[in-house]
Ligand binder design. Sequence first.
Ligand SMILES: NC(=O)C1=CN([C@@H]2O[C@H](COP(=O)(O)OP(=O)(O)OC[C@H]3O[C@@H](n4cnc5c(N)ncnc54)[C@H](OP(=O)(O)O)[C@@H]3O)[C@@H](O)[C@H]2O)C=CC1
Ligand SMILES: O=C(CO)COP(=O)(O)O
Length: 312
Amino acid sequence: MSVAVIGAGAFGTALAITLGRQGPVTLWGRDVAGMQAERQNPRRLPDVHFPDDLTVSTQLETALAADILLMAVPMQALAGFVSSHDLSGKTVVACCKGIDLNTGFGPAKILETAQHAAVLTGPSFAADIARGLPTALTLACSQDAVARDLQAQLSTPTLRLYRSADVIGAELGGALKNVIAIGCGAVMGAGLGHSARAALMTRGFAEMQRVAGAYGAQADTLMGLSGLGDLTLTCTSDQSRNYQLGLALGAGRAFDASVTVEGAATAQALRRVAADRKLDLPICGTVADLVDGHVDIKGAMDLLLGRPLKEE
Ligand SMILES: NC(=O)C1=CN([C@@H]2O[C@H](COP(=O)(O)OP(=O)(O)OC[C@H]3O[C@@H](n4cnc5c(N)ncnc54)[C@H](OP(=O)(O)O)[C@@H]3O)[C@@H](O)[C@H]2O)C=CC1
Ligand SMILES: O=C(CO)COP(=O)(O)O
């Protein structure tokens, strides 16, 4: 089965590198001529050289002819890409994390025009995958035979994939942890301490479980790699861009708006989710307000700490 990665950012490039170490893979991006010549992605993964079996393509048609497509464009670009390309007959794996702001859909729903849709998610920094450091992710697909096939095709000696049938749980784990990571970064950026971060992570995780439950996800999915695992990584490492945005917000510093920070749009999308499904999501709502500039970090903390006392 041929494999192509669509989107040559940090994550798409890292996936193509690890897959290209064990067999042929095509990497398509909008602006990859330099990568083709240099055999590396100097902007997003400098100094990691492409394996010989990785073909960089500027021809989208060539890439889309592959049997398995890994979609590694940012979440807010996924629907636009899918609506302008024919994915029928394809097995498509969403590698992005988030909720589409326009529709409120996750990646699997957006990919429903494909023959088979799956989600690849969990704790992994692109740089770690590209360097061949050990990584474990969740591969979620509702069709067991497809899940097993993808698990076999996409696992590598350093990238260990666990199967799950709970697609909605897996994608929500990956989407929601980014929002909490922004909040944790803000706490640390404002110098509020490790205890406050632990509280925010834990209560944020409670909100993640509330949302996932409302969508019918299995409770134990959130306890796995795509939920607790990715929450832990992203809320504790300054390699995370979501956490970095939070650090900047907490410290009152500017942040480069061109950086992909999926949790920012997802926090906005969650406002609608909370209203539609009548969910109490104070941390996610406060992160949305912080990102929007409706409150500063002091106002955010006052909002959260001033809520009526309740049972855990
Ligand atoms: N980086 C990481 O460690 C991880 C990232 N992810 C997820 O992967 C997804 C992508 O993130 P990441 O690779 O890091 O982001 P980057 O910012 O590194 O790259 C995004 C890439 O998407 C391309 N792109 C943007 N819009 C479009 C479009 N409309 N059509 C085609 N290509 C487009 C960009 O192209 P251009 O350069 O031309 O703008 C760029 O190559 C996110 O959802 C993220 O959460 C998941 C796990 C780890
Ligand atoms: O999803 C990630 C780690 O699993 C990458 O996190 P950031 O998008 O915050 O950099």
